[in-house]
Design a protein around this ligand. Sequence first.
Ligand code: ASP
Length: 437
Amino acid sequence: MDCIVTKFGGSSLADAKQFKKVKEIILSDSKRRFVIPSAPGKRHNKDYKITDLLYLCHAHVESSIPFDEVFKLISDRYKEIVKDLGLDLNIDDDLNIIKKNLENGFSRDYAASRGEYLNGIILAKYLNYEFIDAAELIVFDKSRNLDSEKTNQLIESRLSNVEKAVIPGFYGANSLGDIVTFSRGGSDITGSLIAAGVEANLYENWTDVSGFLMADPRIVKNPKTIEKITYRELRELSYMGASVLHEEAIFPVRKNGIPINIKNTNIPKDVGTFIINDFTNINENRTITGIAGKKDFTVISIEKALMNYELGFCRKLLSILEHHNVSFENMPSGIDTVCLVVSDNQIKDKLQVIVKEIELQCSPDSIHIYPNMALIATVGRGMTKSLGVASKIFTALSDNGINIRMIDQGSSEINILVGIENDDFEKAIQAIYNSFV
Ligand code: ASP
């Protein structure tokens, strides 16, 4: 049977007005059988997210500070939604149990998860769908890692005979029944797991933007929306993807080739962005799909004559980073040089120690540190077929007086990465965008 799994983010379910939009969307297509809600988000700029308030309640309990006032903000919000929707639903008992459990020292994850739990109960009642607790379906191990296999089995068996259901996002449980949450924004992952488990035809992710934009709108005015993007391109553009979709959300559906459609609850007629597996079916002529970047990287440049003959040089180098729990972003190399590009917040206090250890263990001829670098990724599946993409990027940058400090093109040929000065970041993104769009 055709089936769409639909996930709604916090801003889509922030109040009764938003709930009404959500209901209209769901009822407009009977294939929307499994619905994953987030907790209510902000209604306006100065508002609170329910999840933040729940974390705050837990912090109060931990510090033995009364949390009645914060909890009242939470309960008032839910009661208002129930009342404004005119639902015949009493959530007082649930609220009282949650408050008691918090007082009795239930975990931080438990506290945070109740935002989705309560929203799920309300939405299920409003839609007249079955409510299924995510704790029954999403399984974590003792180390808080998702047990994907068990989760998939449980979803498959539990939902196989269910016509329509609401399943709260963001959490599951371990084998002891204790609640465990994903990292923030994790309802996206729940939606993806459910979509994979029921072998949905489509995973819709409803939010408050009409999909991914080709560039950051704070830098480029009115950038075009990306209509179609492959999972691989999205990974390459993860610098900008993360705020719309949780990074880990693509993996469960990607395995089964289920497309994700990012849609806007406030403008449902917008097509949004489709994230798909295979780009052979996409007939578009656009060379690049998107441009994204990040500031604040440091380059550790290591030089040693005949480095290319020295066995195990890079292994030694990388094990020093590993030992200090530092991951690197990129590693461009020449015949006698290798550079480690590391994000500043990874290496902050560790740079001096790491350099010392490299000197001791790798005996390089020289080590130079270049701070203040920004990375810009220009990504596009169309690059593989097009000549002159790199030259267009470099010309755009040089025409704007921007010095390129590093260049890297992955062998997949869908990404050209350039390193530039932090100060040139915005200008560079605008210049590359202008030259392709
Ligand atoms: N409510 C959780 C958060 O604010 C999870 C989510 O919205 O996906 O992070």
